[in-house]
Write a protein of this length. Structure first.
Length: 204
């Protein structure tokens, strides 16, 4: 009985509450920001010109969601219009901040020939719907849901989504720090944040 009680107490000590997991996530994000020399700017600063100074490694923090975004390139083409639905192709690298490892990418290896495909519909300045296309989505294959994570949708209010039709065109590129609550299903259930490097290009 004493042995059983000791095991029970040990298992209770090993169990993390949701609040403890969230605290660990916050600490991991703060440490990642510090380790990578990220300069965080406020939404008020960002909204003066909706740019982030890459030379200063600036990321804007959206305080209501906890998402951090750096616009590396605003992109060629045009911003998606209100009510417009577009096929968007992307390449991405997903880095698990808590696990300190690249978790998923279609930038190299087997998946390098398979760009992520999603359907994006704009509402009034924000995305009203984002859906991964089954059969053309590594995120869908890995995490089992067609819903594009909220963290991925934020950039569409600020970037242009076009195609690289000539050598001088550059497609949009962003870096994101996405907390679990705004991330893919595994991150949400296991409570870990991810850093994403993503490009966006309009499909034909």
């Amino acid at each position: 009985m004493l042995a059983a009680a000791a095991l029970l107490l040990q298992s209770c000590d090993d169990y993390e509450t949701y609040a403890e997991k969230k605290e660990k996530e916050r600490n991991a994000i703060n440490q990642y920001i510090k380790d990578n020399g990220i300069n965080v700017i406020s939404e008020a600063e960002f909204k003066t010109d909706t740019t982030t100074d890459v030379s200063r490694n600036e990321y804007v923090l959206f305080s209501s969601s906890g998402i951090y975004m750096q616009i590396v390139r605003r992109g060629c083409g045009e911003m998606l219009k209100n009510g417009e639905t577009a096929t968007v192709l992307s390449r991405f690298t997903e880095y698990n901040i808590l696990g300190d490892s690249v978790q998923l990418t279609n930038n190299y290896s087997y998946y390098s020939d398979i760009p992520e495909t999603m359907t994006i519909t704009m509402g009034k300045g924000v995305v009203s719907s984002g859906v991964f296309v089954s059969g053309s989505s590594l995120m869908y294959s890995q995490y089992g849901t067609t819903a594009v994570p909220n963290g991925w949708l934020v950039p569409f209010s600020y970037i242009r989504v076009g195609r690289q039709d000539n050598p001088n065109d550059e497609i949009a590129k962003v870096n994101l720090i996405v907390p679990a609550a705004q991330g893919q299903s595994s991150a949400s259930s296991q409570v870990y944040p991810c850093h994403y490097e993503i490009t966006f290009e309009k499909g034909r």
